[in-house]
Ligand binder design. Structure first.
Ligand code: NAD
Length: 409
């Protein structure tokens, strides 16, 4: 099953548990609006560059649409629609007042100059500005986009609608962004891991952890988990991984990765492949690189007893079933990596109020929101004998269905 189909698959399972009618299921599965626009720009060489941009607005029963904007060669309607629905369930499970959306432009940002990227972004805003806004749909960075792209969007949007920094989140701190947003997803992964372990009557002290991915989510999850006492024994990136059962020195590893462009070759440690990393004898595994990495074969050979999904859709549904049968606890992406959207929500609130939060306030509020969300999902999983994934979907779908009913159709 493709990862784009996985969200609908989990939705259907949880909806059956909730006893939702067929018509409500259809309503909740169907995106409210799907936008596809031509985004042609003058390229640096004088030719016309033709691109296609997408924005799918899945559900807004609980608030404005919210979700990332990615610049990637494989962006298409199906992928964007699946990710938009994932955002609906993610914002609902952590109870922030948003619906779900996602967008993107099919392009390879690595092959575009800064000027071309800026023209592309501004043209996209010219095409869709009437469909986004702080009370309508609030994009954020995703693969291939960053704070600079958000700054261009806010600036272009202001030419049509005036000063509205809350039209996007993930902005640079110097331009109405919020402190602590960069590290929010990784920090949230660590918080959720701490909460699961606490429920098992244990602490993270001395627990061994393997992390796939050493980008934003992977490196920051590792840093915070190490700060909570865990021993990070393996880390990988696109070129391969490094394993040291005695624990990796994360600062030295980060500086090695900066100078060599990869973690492979770091010493002391042995080189492992990305596949080997996933089946190492560790207590906790954090997939934090890309989707579709935990296959049925890997699930059968997995030694970790806890998986916390930093990446979106890292586990194939068939593999998820094997993990459940084997008693492996899997904290699903919609809960585990929701730290980013939670702090995005704080940024939006800060923008609407023209008021700045302190770093300590951001960290405290994020911790509290993530712990409460975990408690709710854990309680449902125990009460209804569901995996954490189905319990998370159960909580999310129940909230969205209730809001839909209360608001009316
Ligand atoms: P990133 O680009 O900063 O880092 C990605 C890391 O994965 C890099 O270390 C890269 O080398 C590695 N990688 C790439 N291809 C790989 C491969 N084939 N095998 C192994 N490693 C590979 O990205 P990120 O922001 O850390 O995002 C990671 C995942 O988390 C993505 O699935 C993303 O959708 C998800 N996510 C990110 C955020 C966020 O706030 N950054 C929020 C929610 C979900």
């Amino acid at each position: 099953m493709r990862s784009t189909e996985a969200v609908a698959y989990y939705f259907n399972q949880a909806a059956a548990e909730l006893g939702l009618s067929e018509s409500m299921k259809t309503l909740l599965l169907t995106p409210q609006r799907s936008i596809k626009v031509e985004v042609s720009i003058p390229m640096d060489n004088g030719e016309i560059g033709n691109f296609v941009g997408y924005r799918v607005q899945h559900d807004s029963s609980r608030g404005p649409f919210k979700g990332g904007l990615r610049y990637h060669p494989q962006v298409d309607t199906d992928e964007v629609a699946a990710l938009a629905s994932l955002m609906t369930w993610k914002t609902a499970v952590v109870d922030v007042p948003y619906g779900g959306g996602k967008g993107g432009i099919q392009c390879d940002p690595k092959k575009l100059s800064l000027g071309e990227l800026e023209r592309l972004t501004r043209k996209f805003v010219q095409r869709i500005h009437d469909f986004i806004g702080p009370k309508i749909d609030i994009p954020a960075p995703d693969m291939g986009t960053d704070g600079q792209v958000m700054a261009w969007i806010a600036n272009e949007y202001s030419k049509f609608h005036g000063f509205e920094p809350g039209v996007v989140t993930g902005k640079p701190v110097e331009l109405h962004g919020i402190v602590g947003r960069e590290e929010a997803t990784g920090r949230g992964v660590a918080t959720i891991t701490r909460e699961v372990v606490k429920r098992q009557g244990k602490t993270l002290e001395g627990m061994t952890v393997a992390v796939q991915g050493f980008g934003n989510v992977g490196s920051i999850s590792a840093r915070f988990l190490a700060g909570m006492g865990a021993r990070i024994v393996a880390i990988s990136d696109v070129k391969g991984g490094i394993y040291n059962p005695s624990g990796l020195d994360l600062e030295a590893l980060a500086s090695f990765a900066r100078s060599h462009g990869t973690v492979t070759g770091f010493s002391p440690g042995e080189t492992v492949t990305n596949e080997q990393l996933l089946t190492l004898p560790v207590d906790i595994l954090i997939p934090a690189a890309l989707g579709d990495v935990i296959t049925t074969d890997i699930a059968r050979n997995m030694k970790a007893s806890l998986i916390v999904e930093g990446a979106n859709n890292p586990t194939f549904p068939e593999a998820d079933e094997i993990l459940n049968k084997n008693g492996v606890i899997v904290v699903p992406d919609i809960l585990a990596n929701a730290g980013g959207v939670i702090v995005s929500y704080f940024e939006w609130v800060q923008n609407l109020q023209n008021f700045r939060w302190t770093y300590d306030q951001v960290v405290r509020e994020q911790d509290s929101k993530m712990s409460q969300s975990f408690d709710k999902v854990y309680e449902i999983s125990k009460a209804r004998n569901l995996s954490l994934r189905l319990a998370a979907y159960y909580v999310a779908i129940q909230r969205v269905a209730k809001a839909t009913e209360l608001g009316g159709y």
